[in-house]
Design a protein around this ligand. Structure first.
Ligand code: HSE
Length: 414
């Protein structure tokens, strides 16, 4: 019987997890695929003496590129230089590529999908969003009958872990981040996690697939969780909310709006109870309504689960591209509207020598607002939640308020 030969490029956390999972469940995988399969090469510049896969390691990409037996390759190297070059070269030769590389998909997805289709192969990236959570296939297959109206998700495990630690262990941001780094969740340079770039890339992939046009990271307003203080978390809890880093893309009457930023999430919303390194994604379709996908958003085994599933699908679909996994490139962003043109409610914390005296001005500016109580609240501080107004208007009103008080924090509501 013919054996489908696979190449794995990159033997880091996800690469090693993929190889280990494949051999652990190989018999079952082959049954489900109705094909014999084997990993022929593992590409990595490092040496792995004593590895059970020692005979498979190579350092030269051209061996994979020039081997006609290889019909599927997993790009698990990360980055957008070699990964981009190798992916293009393989797809050009009709070799399907599967990846967990969200940076590459968010930056070059439209081009790579087009290249795959032109060469009757596939570019799959289930593992690029939500780790092990099935989300890419449900979006373009199970929900294919729907017009997608909104996607809202907790798309980064590190920031969710930090926010959970802040609430439950009362650790300030810096200490919660140090704990995340100690446990290996955050990178040594954690800025891609905590400033929102990682979640932004994932939102771009989901949004592109849902709305059919490439949403580049520059099209998304992005801010992270560095400024969230324990004081804010206490105020919002008193008002019945938690704070989560939310990737949100939604269709409004004016156009598509996309943001990644911390948001207050009502305790009645299931996203509010998603804690630790877990991710969750809510997708609203015009027929199905709200759907919720939940699971481990990162980690070796969870991500390998999605990569191996893509390998199986790529082997099953040799010489036939999956038509629904696609979107167009978009050179301009005219289909998107500025996030500040969307109506939003915001939480505001202000500081002034006599904050209570500002209540009249705040009410005059915003109409009805919810002032939030807090035990032992200092007289120099006040927190409130505005009604839903266009964000440009909110900023104008806050500019007037800032003549009388320091605006300490502004956090949008979901
Ligand atoms: N740093 C990412 C996270 C890893 O924390 O979610 C998975 O993309």
């Amino acid at each position: 019987m013919q054996v489908s030969k696979i190449a794995v490029m990159g033997f880091g956390v996800v690469g090693s997890g993929t190889v280990e999972l494949f051999y652990k469940n190989r018999e079952l995988i082959e049954q489900r695929c109705a094909r014999k399969m084997d990993i022929k090469y593992i590409l990595d510049l490092r040496d792995f003496p004593g590895s059970p896969f020692e005979d498979k390691f190579i350092k030269d990409f051209s061996i994979i590129e020039n081997d006609p037996e290889i019909k599927v390759a997993a790009e698990l190297m990360g980055g957008v230089t070699f990964a981009y070059d190798y992916t293009k070269r393989l797809l050009s030769r009709g070799v399907s590529v599967v990846t967990s590389n969200k940076e590459l998909v968010a930056r070059h997805g439209a081009e790579l999908i087009k290249l795959a289709k032109a060469n009757r192969c596939n570019y799959f990236f289930e593992a690029s969003v939500g780790g092990g959570i099935p989300i890419i296939r449900p979006l373009h297959q199970c929900l294919a009958a729907n017009r997608i109206e909104r996607i809202a998700g907790i798309l980064n495990g590190t920031t969710n872990y930090i926010l959970t630690k802040m609430v439950y262990d009362q650790l300030p941001f810096d200490q919660a981040l140090a704990e995340a780094q100690r446990l290996g969740y955050a990178e040594r340079d954690p800025s891609a996690d905590i400033d929102g770039a990682d979640a932004c890339r994932k939102l771009c992939i989901l949004g592109s697939l849902a709305f059919g046009k490439h949403i580049y990271p520059e099209y998304v307003h992005c801010s992270g969780i560095r400024n969230i203080a324990l004081d804010d978390l206490e105020y919002v809890a008193n008002a019945g909310y938690s704070v989560k880093l939310i990737g949100l893309i939604e269709k409004t009457e004016k156009g598509l709006v996309a943001t990644v930023c911390p948001r207050l999430v009502s305790v009645s919303n299931p996203l509010s109870g998603v804690n630790d390194v877990y991710n969750a994604i809510m997708i609203r379709g015009d027929s199905v309504g709200d759907t919720l996908f939940y699971g481990r958003g990162a980690g070796k085994q969870a991500t390998a689960s999605a990569v191996v599933a893509d390998i199986i699908d790529a082997v099953k679909h040799e010489n036939a591209d999956i038509a629904s996994l696609t979107w167009e490139d978009s050179a301009d962003r005219s289909f998107m509207v500025p996030y500040k043109s969307a109506d939003v409610r915001v939480y505001v914390r202000v500081s002034s020598h006599d904050a209570d005296s500002l209540k009249g001005l705040i009410t005059t500016l915003f109409g009805y607002v919810d002032f939030i109580p807090r035990k032992h609240r200092s007289e120099s501080e006040l927190a409130f939640i505005t009604p839903a107004i266009e964000e440009y208007m909110i900023d104008k009103k806050l500019a007037i308020l800032s003549e009388h008080a320091d605006i300490m924090r502004k956090i949008r509501l979901l």
